[in-house]
Write a protein that binds this ligand. Structure first.
Ligand SMILES: *Cc1c(COP(=O)(O)O)cnc(C)c1O
Length: 381
């Protein structure tokens, strides 16, 4: 693309100068650092980052610069990435099912915190990981509520089973802790209320004092114009309910947001390849690319449309079907999306809040998926 600058003022400066034919992710480090500080100041405990939501190096480096000192990692590759970029950071290996060679890799890299949701995987950890000073968190689940989709379908022990696992962890000489994940894009603060009270109940029944309680990711990001995330409300609720449920002596709290930390720091600029007979919009990016997550997590309606000359389209909105560039018919954004009535072929369609599960899950299906990242001072188009 022949970039002449490394940091641009805003997306329109780049788009007007470069007129890119491929999708561009605009990254604002200032927004990421401000969000990280909002978590660090607001959350009543340790804030760690779930690497899978966006493992770009600039993301990790800016989080470290903002004061994030712990990372939720799920694979040897993520462990190595963080060891390289943030050698002093704490690593929490919170993927509850791991191959033996993956566990051995974590031990060699000095990982001292693991999660588990089954007897078979706890047995593996006991065999391979020296217990001294190492934490094992039992991951439990409740019937899902408030999230975009059900995380409990894959991971989490029932409450009854968690009681037994917590006892076994303590008996094996590991530091016993608890963890849960209420489900991603969880807009209902009450989900944390139910999980915190269940955690206290598990500890009481097991007769084991958990050292730490990891309240997961799942914190919502701003996807819909009309729905602001209620982060401060969720932080306050977590602090208050943890004290109540554990009779004034809660375990040390940890959170591991992915989405809510990184989403707002990226905007995705796509381009209209074709406006088929003035009906369907075909973009140069879709559900096999950076918009991969929209069919399961729901639409993002924070959209700006801009002409190649940088003029914001603002005619009365009209609902349209939006397709991605591949020849697969599932490559379509959910529902119909309101776009300005005066959009035209060649326009840029810019989605806000696109940092999570976008660059991380982009495929190269059908020869598409080529996109770049441009750093900007601010994301306002
Ligand atoms: C994916 C994941 C997260 C991050 O979830 P978000 O909904 O993106 O905040 C946190 N913890 C674990 C164990 C995960 O698998």
């Amino acid at each position: 693309m022949g970039l002449s600058k490394t940091i641009w003022a805003n997306p329109s400066e780049f788009l007007c100068a470069e007129k890119p034919v491929d999708p561009v992710m605009f990254f604002a480090p200032s927004v990421l650092q401000a969000t990280a500080r909002r978590f660090i100041d607001g959350f009543p405990g340790l804030v760690t980052y779930a690497v899978k939501s966006n493992p770009e190096e600039e993301v990790i480096q800016n989080l470290v610069a903002a004061g994030i000192q712990g990372f939720d990692v799920a694979s040897p590759a993520e462990i190595d990435l963080i060891r390289r970029l943030a050698p002093g950071a704490a690593l929490h290996y919170n993927n509850p099912v791991r191959a033996r060679h993956e566990i051995a890799h974590a031990v060699a890299q000095g990982v001292r915190s693991y999660s588990v949701d089954s007897r078979s995987e706890l047995r593996k950890l006991i065999e391979i990981v020296p217990a001294e000073g190492v934490e094992i968190s039992v991951r439990f689940k409740l019937p899902v509520s408030g999230a975009a989709y059900n995380f409990g379908a894959k991971f989490g022990a029932t409450r009854e089973m968690a009681v037994g696992l917590l006892r076994d962890v303590a008996a094996a000489g590991f530091i016993p802790s608890l963890t849960f994940h209420p489900g991603t894009q969880c807009t209902d603060p009450a989900a944390w209320d139910a999980y915190l009270r269940a955690a206290a109940e598990i500890c009481r029944t097991a007769g084991v004092k958990a050292q730490r309680l990891n309240v997961g990711g799942g914190f919502p990001s701003h996807r819909l114009v009309g729905e602001l995330p209620r982060l401060d409300e969720i932080f306050a609720l977590i602090g208050r309910v943890a004290h109540e449920a554990f009779d004034g002596a809660p375990p040390a709290l940890v959170c591991e947001p992915g989405r809510a930390l990184v989403a707002e720091s990226f905007s995705l600029a796509t381009r209209i390849k074709g406006l088929r007979d003035d009906e369907h919009v075909f973009l140069n990016d879709g559900t096999y690319g950076n918009l991969d997550e929209l069919p399961i997590a729901g639409i993002i309606d924070r959209i700006t449309v801009m002409s190649p000359e940088g003029e914001i389209r603002n005619a009365a909105p009209r609902e349209r079907v939006i397709f991605g560039p591949t020849c697969d018919s599932v490559d379509r954004l959910p529902g119909e999306v309101a776009l300005p009535g005066d959009i035209a072929e060649g326009d840029f369609v810019i989605f806000a809040g696109m940092g999570a599960y976008s660059v991380a899950t982009n495929t190269r299906f059908n020869g598409f998926g080529n996109s770049t990242i441009a750093t900007v001072l601010q994301l306002t188009p």
